[in-house]
Ligand binder design. Structure first.
Ligand SMILES: *[C@@H]1O[C@H](CO)[C@@H](O)[C@H](O)[C@H]1NC(C)=O
Ligand SMILES: *[C@@H]1O[C@H](CO)[C@@H](O)[C@H](O)[C@H]1NC(C)=O
Ligand SMILES: *[C@@H]1O[C@H](CO)[C@@H](O)[C@H](O)[C@H]1NC(C)=O
Ligand SMILES: *[C@@H]1O[C@H](CO)[C@@H](O)[C@H](O)[C@H]1NC(C)=O
Length: 188
């Protein structure tokens, strides 16, 4: 092998290695693209003492200084809410639901509004069958909140990803509507 081709080979090898390190470094994260993106809305009507027929969410836990009718003071710390909310494809509460968002949120700070969310989307429509499971910390006042998609069944068998939640509307303390963009990074 001539000295010239040896040098050329060395240069090629050098750039190959460079590529290798770049791929395993921090630039890798930015390149991940979702295998599926879905957008839904869900509607939460919190029981307030007067809307038992209509409510889709109830306070089931309160600190000793509170009660289960009205969320407690001090940023609702210690309140646990269980919900069974309709999921719709658009932002209309009265649209035909494609499934239910079922789970809970608990307020977990006395200093600021934060909650911890654990719930599932249970689908029963012609388009989607199965479930997607969500868990994570919710910085309530943040414009968007990212929570983890930790698994799924049926159409969403073994899925994982991140869901970005946005408050789409709220009326007092009784009604709020969330827009959820689900980005799945593992699809089977
Ligand atoms: C139920 O609650 C929502 C939100 O508070 C309200 O807009 C609606 O008129 C209520 N009644 C029915 C029958 O949906
Ligand atoms: C529940 O607590 C709220 C204040 O946090 C109070 O206004 C309300 O009267 C209480 N309701 C009951 C049924 O104790
Ligand atoms: C899903 O919908 C079908 C048809 O409407 C119904 O037979 C079935 O019981 C539903 N399943 C659940 C879990 O709601
Ligand atoms: C808070 O909101 C910002 C901007 O909307 C977003 O970039 C950030 O990821 C959010 N933080 C969390 C913890 O979701």
């Amino acid at each position: 092998m001539s000295a010239k081709s040896c040098l050329a080979l060395a240069i090629i090898l050098y750039f190959c290695l460079l590529q290798c390190f770049a791929a395993s470094g921090s630039t890798r994260k930015a390149k991940i693209i979702p295998c599926k993106t879905l957008v839904f809305y869900f509607h939460d009507i919190l029981y307030n003492g007067h809307n038992a027929r209509n409510a889709t969410a109830v306070i089931v836990g309160a600190p000793a200084w509170g009660n289960r009718t009205i969320l407690a003071g001090q940023f609702h710390f210690g309140n646990l809410v269980v919900f069974d909310d309709p999921i719709t494809l658009d932002n209309n509460l009265h649209s035909t639901p494609v499934g239910r968002a079922q789970g809970f949120y608990m307020y977990d700070s006395k200093e600021i509004f934060t909650a911890w969310l654990g719930f599932s989307f249970v689908f029963n429509s012609t388009k989607h069958k199965g479930s997607i499971h969500f868990a994570g910390a919710d910085p309530v006042l943040n414009k968007t909140k990212d929570i983890s998609v930790i698994g799924g069944t049926g159409d969403f068998f073994m899925t994982r990803g991140v869901a970005t939640i946005m408050t789409d509307a709220f009326e007092g303390t009784v009604y709020f509507r969330l827009r959820v963009e689900i980005n799945l990074y593992e699809c089977w």
